[in-house]
Ligand binder design. Structure first.
Ligand SMILES: NC(=O)C1=CN([C@@H]2O[C@H](COP(=O)(O)OP(=O)(O)OC[C@H]3O[C@@H](n4cnc5c(N)ncnc54)[C@H](OP(=O)(O)O)[C@@H]3O)[C@@H](O)[C@H]2O)C=CC1
Ligand SMILES: O=C(O)[C@@H]1CCC=N1
Length: 269
């Protein structure tokens, strides 16, 4: 099977590197980008092929991944109709907000389309990837896409009506987690610990806490209660976080990302 990528930025680089590190032959991968320089650089790093145009990528590929920013789709898809109609590849979009219906409207009729939301932890094989598809996708095609994204982490099918929600907690919220760890490390720095050491400790603690939530089956607040000794230190921090609006800030951040995802979906931005 031959794989094409239109766009060669952060996300596509992580996917192609994941694929080629996990048994996919770069010779079967075709990449283009706006400047072509970034596609050439990525292709060289992975033993893949760089192409001058998206049309060349489509002609060479059974699966075409649309790896450009969402608003760029409207710019490029009209000019690629004939190439898609001639080859009829499986189309995979990783664009935030762009629905299966939008993609179907902007591609030739009856194309098989898969919508995927990975996250940047793909760079270390730790993405939490969501996937949904239209009725034209065969079971074999779906398995092929799942296998590709399994090279960069876990893959779960998500119904499209929850895809925006997934995109917040699976795609964007990694940035919130990075911010939380950095804030902890910065506070530790303020108290005198070297930042690098503090960041490692904060990251290990978040990793352990994530495993605890996943493996113990206990509700997070039950775990919070187990950390808070009566009259102890932790409860001071927990009540301070509540007083400073920690949960409200997280919920507001979630709502803001979801709203932007919806705006992109409605073509308002
Ligand atoms: N970053 C993330 O964490 C995630 C991103 N996504 C989605 O992935 C997509 C890409 O995001 P990201 O990788 O961050 O973006 P980047 O800005 O890193 O990459 C965008 C790529 O698109 C290329 N491009 C722009 N215009 C064209 C064009 N007309 N023809 C061909 N290629 C073009 C650019 O080319 P050049 O390099 O030459 O400028 C660049 O390689 C987005 O739709 C985003 O929603 C999804 C999940 C997570
Ligand atoms: O910020 C973005 O638009 C993309 C989608 C999810 C993560 N990054």
């Amino acid at each position: 099977m031959k794989f094409g990528f239109i766009g060669a930025g952060n996300m596509v680089s992580a996917i192609v590197k994941g694929m080629t590190a996990n048994g996919y032959d770069g010779k079967n991968i075709f990449i283009t980008s706006k400047t072509v320089t970034s596609a050439a650089k990525l292709a060289e790093a992975c033993g893949a092929n760089s192409c001058q145009t998206a049309g060349e990528v489509i002609a060479a590929s059974d699966v075409v991944v649309l790896g450009v920013k969402p608003h760029i789709l409207a710019e490029i898809l009209p000019g690629l109709q004939a190439d898609f109609a001639a080859k009829k590849p499986l189309v995979v979009s990783i664009a935030a907000g762009k629905t299966l219906a939008y993609l179907a409207e902007n591609l030739p009729k009856d194309m098989p389309i898969v919508r995927v939301m990975p996250n940047i932890n793909a760079k270390i094989g730790a993405s939490t990837t969501g996937i949904c598809h239209n009725d034209a996708v065969t079971a074999e095609q779906l398995e092929a896409v799942k296998a590709v994204f399994a090279t960069i982490g876990s893959v779960a099918e998500i119904p499209e009506n929850h895809f925006g929600i997934f995109s917040v907690i699976g795609g964007a919220s990694v940035a919130f987690a990075y911010m939380y760890m950095d804030a902890l490390a910065r506070a530790a720095l303020k108290a005198g610990m070297p930042k690098k050491q503090a960041l490692e400790i904060a990251a290990e603690t978040v990793k352990g806490s994530a495993e605890m939530v996943l493996k113990s089956g206990e509700a997070p607040w039950s775990l919070v209660d187990q950390v808070c000794s009566p009259g102890g230190t932790t409860i001071e921090g927990v009540t301070t976080l509540q007083a400073k609006g920690f949960e409200a800030a997280v919920v507001a951040a979630f709502d803001a990302v979801l709203e932007k995802d919806k705006k992109i979906g409605r073509g308002e931005v």
